[in-house]
Design a protein around this ligand. Structure first.
Ligand SMILES: [Zn+2]
Length: 312
């Protein structure tokens, strides 16, 4: 099991189908669990996917159309029932704070969950953790909508050959990483740059309901994994425009222009059956040279390993 992976809880837009739950996603990022857009039925899908309430410590909502939030009451109640011991942070567009409150207090239960709300006004950094920075950007939909981007800080990859040649080993390696320089056993000063190469951090983008817009491209910029709505096929491009959605081809274009690596398509209209999948993936692939994955409920998709750094 990968330490960084997307657990797909559902892939349907607007209305679920026999094979697709309302959309919902858990991003596992080391010890963090970020639950994105819990649509109706998410609590049960978590059970099928082997995801526990305790694994979630952050909830990110893009907007308050039902397929992106109707699962919230059940998930929050379950987290309280299971006495999740940690603080849970919830991000959502600030304009619709009242909708969040209504969802949070939909049913009566003894609420012992330590929930910290982080309504997002505007855009920018939402959270800063050692393992990542979480950012939000505005998207173009019929109601206030934000997309999310998670970026690991860039680091450096140590070069074992050069370390060995200089006789640097054991705790000295960690010290060099922390302090940036040290004196090698032969008395020679050594800097971190001499024995390492840049290592780009991993990046993940979550782009839900939107038409083509600047925010979508910014979220996907050089991302290793882009999870993107592709509600419609090219034949329904007019509907996509009318309702503020993307076609699979447009999702491919975003991934291509942003220099992304893996494109995960999801949030499909109920009009498409499972055998339409190849068509949607094909339309995205035509615009995007990288790998395209058509998400299915309960899939686990590993975040691709880091891009090789310069010289590595
Ligand atoms: Zn929507």
């Amino acid at each position: 099991m990968s330490d960084r992976e997307l657990v797909v809880l559902g892939t349907a837009s607007q209305a679920p189908t026999r094979t697709r739950n309302h959309n919902g996603y858990l991003l596992r990022w080391d010890a963090e669990g970020l639950l994105f857009d819990p649509g109706e039925g998410t609590q049960r899908q978590m059970l099928f996917a082997g995801v526990t309430a305790t694994q979630v410590n952050r909830i990110c909502i893009t907007h308050f159309h039902g397929d992106h939030c109707l699962g919230l009451p059940g998930v929050l109640q379950r987290m309280s029932l299971d006495q999740v011991p940690h603080v849970v942070e919830a991000c959502y567009p600030a304009e619709d704070q009242e909708v969040f409150w209504r969802l949070r207090h939909t049913a009566l239960f003894r609420d012992v969950l330590n929930l910290r709300e982080r309504p997002v006004a505007g855009e920018g950094t939402v959270a800063e953790e050692p393992a990542f920075r979480l950012e939000a950007r505005r998207l173009s939909h019929s109601v206030p909508t934000i997309g999310y981007r998670l970026a690991e800080p860039d680091g450096r990859r140590m070069l074992p050959d050069r370390l060995a040649a200089l006789g640097i080993a054991g705790p000295d390696v960690g010290r060099l990483q922390r302090e940036g320089r040290l004196t090698a056993p032969d008395g020679q000063p050594v800097t971190l740059a001499e024995v390492s190469v840049p290592r780009p951090g991993q990046r993940f983008a979550f782009i839900m309901d939107t038409g083509l817009c600047e925010g979508a491209f910014a979220l996907a910029d050089r991302a290793d994994m882009v999870v993107c709505e592709s509600t419609f096929a090219q034949a329904e491009a007019g509907l996509a425009r009318q309702y503020g959605h993307l076609t699979a081809g447009q999702a491919g274009r975003i991934a291509a222009e942003a220099g992304a690596r893996l494109l995960v398509l999801t949030h499909f209209s109920q009009r498409y059956q499972s055998d339409d999948g190849r068509r949607l993936a094909g339309e995205a692939a035509e615009a995007f040279g990288g790998e395209v994955v058509l998400a299915r409920d309960l899939d686990r998709i590993p975040v691709p390993s880091r891009r090789p750094g310069a010289g590595g």
